[in-house]
Design a protein around this ligand. Structure first.
Ligand code: CUA
Length: 340
């Protein structure tokens, strides 16, 4: 890749993760608060530095002027009052605005009901990937599980489509952070946290686990895809279906079901019913593997490498290399590629 392209890609990524480019009400509230605090502290910084530099330059020791100290001032009530009251007022303003921001960010999810256009998803943080358990949309139960890529519907014109997340952890603390949609919210073992966002801007929004959770914390990537309501409906319809069996992959399916893959992974419609690792029912509908680390190319090249030895791609991840023969591996990949 040329340096210019690299720069462009870097710029794009930076924009994707910028808290200063919000597309959702909670992220906007947070951006506004940071700008206000930045303006106040910036003003204080400039005043303090100006006084400091003026004092250093104007009152420096000059040649032939090494007399005693200048006259000293001991105690001044006006100054004491000024430097107590001014910071107190500034802090009060920041406290009030922060409280309002917390209020806007912490919206308690209402009861789901038909016609609310709201999506409810339970997010489970795991070392080192995200599980998304789709609860309800527009008052209807969904009941499927997917991983690492959260699809949500876009708000359109007068119809807001809020997304409410319940955040849990299966192991250690994680933190759900998609900067352009909302602030960080931790996923803590034994506790359920909540967050919400909504956006009219379609496309891909990147995120990242934001709480150190072990050696692969930096590779616990997160993607939120905002679909048009129509695309989202189609996506839901597909995800709700069990896996479709294709005759050409019958061999591969048998190879898959014969391996210990099925103790951890689930493929709905088969006897693979593990719930410890990502649900593979519609694996090929996802753009990436290994929690956003590598593209899930339709030819299955990366999938083949991943199955051969996940540890070379994501060292320490909980999926071991199973030492499959080339033949078994190819058959399993052929089967997995039919799970669209
Ligand atoms: Cu999960 Cu860091």
């Amino acid at each position: 890749m040329s340096p210019v392209l690299l720069l462009a890609a870097g710029g794009q990524a930076a924009q994707d993760l910028s808290t200063f480019d919000p597309v959702s009400p909670p992220a906007e509230s947070i951006r506004n608060l940071s700008l206000l605090v930045l303006a106040i502290t910036g003003f204080i910084f400039i005043v303090v530095e100006a006084v400091l530099i003026t004092s250093i330059v104007r009152f420096r020791q000059r040649h032939g002027n090494d007399a005693a100290e200048p006259p000293q001032v001991y105690g001044s009530q006006p100054i004491e009052i000024a430097w107590t009251v001014a910071p107190a007022l500034i802090v009060m303003v920041i406290v009030l605005v922060t409280t309002r921001t917390l209020w806007e960010v912490n919206v308690k999810p209402p009861e789901a009901k038909p016609g609310d256009n709201a999506l409810y998803v339970t997010v489970v943080g795991r070392q080192w990937w995200w599980e998304f358990d789709y609860g309800q949309y527009n008052g209807r139960s969904l009941g499927f599980v997917t991983a690492n890529e959260l699809h949500i519907p876009a708000s359109v014109e007068d119809v807001a489509r809020p997304v409410y997340l319940n955040l849990k952890s299966a192991d250690v603390c994680h933190s759900f952070w998609v900067p352009r949609l909302a602030g960080k919210t931790d996923l803590i073992p034994g506790r359920t946290n909540q967050m919400w966002f909504q956006t009219a801007e379609r496309g891909l929004f990147l995120g990242q686990c934001a709480e150190f959770c072990g050696p692969q914390h930096a590779n616990m990537l997160l993607r939120v895809v905002v679909d048009s309501p129509e695309d989202f409906r189609k996506w839901l319809e597909n995800q709700q279906k069990p896996a479709v069996e294709e005759a050409s992959a019958r061999d591969g399916k048998a190879a898959f079901l014969a391996q210990s893959c099925i103790n951890c992974h689930r493929v709905r419609g088969t006897r693979a019913a593990g719930n410890y690792a990502p649900d593979l029912t519609h694996l090929m509908s996802r753009q990436t593997l290994a929690s956003g680390m590598i593209p899930n190319d339709p030819d299955g090249k990366n999938l083949r490498d991943w199955i051969a030895n996940p540890q070379t791609i994501k060292p320490g991840c909980l999926m071991p290399a199973f030492g499959l023969s080339d033949r078994d591996r190819d058959r399993i990949v052929d089967y997995l590629r039919t799970l669209r």
